[in-house]
Design a protein around this ligand. Structure first.
Ligand SMILES: [Zn+2]
Ligand SMILES: [Zn+2]
Length: 331
């Protein structure tokens, strides 16, 4: 159901079937000259139908879309962009750092799977799980229409629409090219998946990520923490107000994860996969056993990201011998 989230901005949740998040928010920004869409859901018939119905409820249609701002490359935010551009001739905007990933991730997926397989193997994923783990994200290809953006953002631009002048604030971590949109005059922050209220956004490492996505993420949390905001409009879930409080919780959550990983490592020198298997997932010590290959892949990439961060901070040593990357606590 579409609802007004701020003056002239509507929140339109689009369904993500069989996904624990349930829905992704598309935001519709009104102006005299058509609408701007911020994020657009999966390329599925039900997400498309929900978008059409939501727009109709405010007297708008797909052909009124003048610009589609994609806050990051993940299929739930980017998937429908290609179809919508075809139907509306809107301009598609995306950050340069995510735009460069489109080819490898969605067009030459086989090469990416092969690279991921080597990378996951080096981090200890056993042979009998390796293929399934490396291929675990391939199903997502069916949720994405592939299209390169018309406008590449780098950060610092202002996107004017209706009463708003949105500053593009790069906030890498959850994705290298993720950014928030901030209107200083009203204090409206479109936060995408950078700050969510009920979920700690996934921060993982993969073959083409930056060297320390966790540091990127923590820095980007600090960057937005003290912005004067009237409302935070997140990529998933309802709007909220206490930005600084939520940022502090997320920072704490990462600190706890560091401590859990150091404990799980104990005195061993071992791989990220072994460490991941010793952690609590989904609130249970047995959680690891029940993870699907896709969830297990997310768990391993998250674990590697945190261990790499600790290694860069001198808390761990890292060795690579015999084709395996292993970590050990530094004293
Ligand atoms: Zn995301
Ligand atoms: Zn998302």
């Amino acid at each position: 159901m579409i609802e007004q989230a701020a003056p002239g901005i509507y929140r339109l949740p689009l369904p993500l079937l069989d996904n624990p998040l349930g829905s992704v928010n598309a935001y519709v920004v009104e102006s005299d000259n058509g609408i701007m869409l911020v994020d657009c859901g999966w390329d599925t018939p039900d997400a498309y139908a929900a978008l059409v119905a939501g727009l109709a409820a405010i007297g708008r249609a797909i052909t009124d879309i003048r610009a589609i701002v994609v806050t990051h490359i993940h299929p739930d935010h980017f998937g429908l962009a290609a179809r919508l551009v075809t139907e509306s001739h809107a301009l598609e905007l995306m950050h340069r750092r995510d735009a460069v990933l489109i080819g490898g991730r969605y067009e030459e997926a086989e090469g990416m799977v092969a690279a991921m397989e080597r990378w996951l193997g080096a981090h200890g994923v056993p042979d009998d799980e390796l293929r399934a783990t490396a291929e675990a994200s391939l199903w997502m290809l069916s949720l994405v229409g592939i299209r390169k953006p018309d406008v590449l953002l780098t950060g610092g631009e202002t996107i004017n629409r209706g009463a708003y002048a949105f500053e593009v604030i790069p906030t890498p971590g959850h994705s290298d090219g993720l950014f928030c949109l901030y209107d200083r005059a009203s204090g409206v922050l479109l936060a995408s998946d950078h700050v969510l209220q009920h979920v700690s956004p996934h921060v993982g490492m993969h073959v083409r990520s930056s060297a320390d996505p966790v540091q990127d993420y923590l820095d980007a949390l600090r960057l937005v923490r003290d912005l004067p905001v009237s409302v935070v409009l997140p990529g998933h879930g309802a709007p909220f107000h206490d930005l600084a409080g939520r940022v502090d919780e997320l920072v704490r959550r990462h600190d706890e994860r560091f401590a859990e990983m150091l404990r799980a490592l104990g005195d061993d020198e071992t791989t990220a996969y072994t460490v991941a298997g010793r952690l609590v997932w989904r609130g249970s010590a047995e959680g690891w056993r029940d993870l699907t290959p896709f969830q297990r892949r997310m768990a391993v990439t998250e674990t590697v990201a945190h261990l790499e961060h600790l290694a860069r901070r001198g808390r761990l040593s890292r060795s690579s011998a015999g084709g395996f990357v292993r970590y050990r606590r530094a004293d």
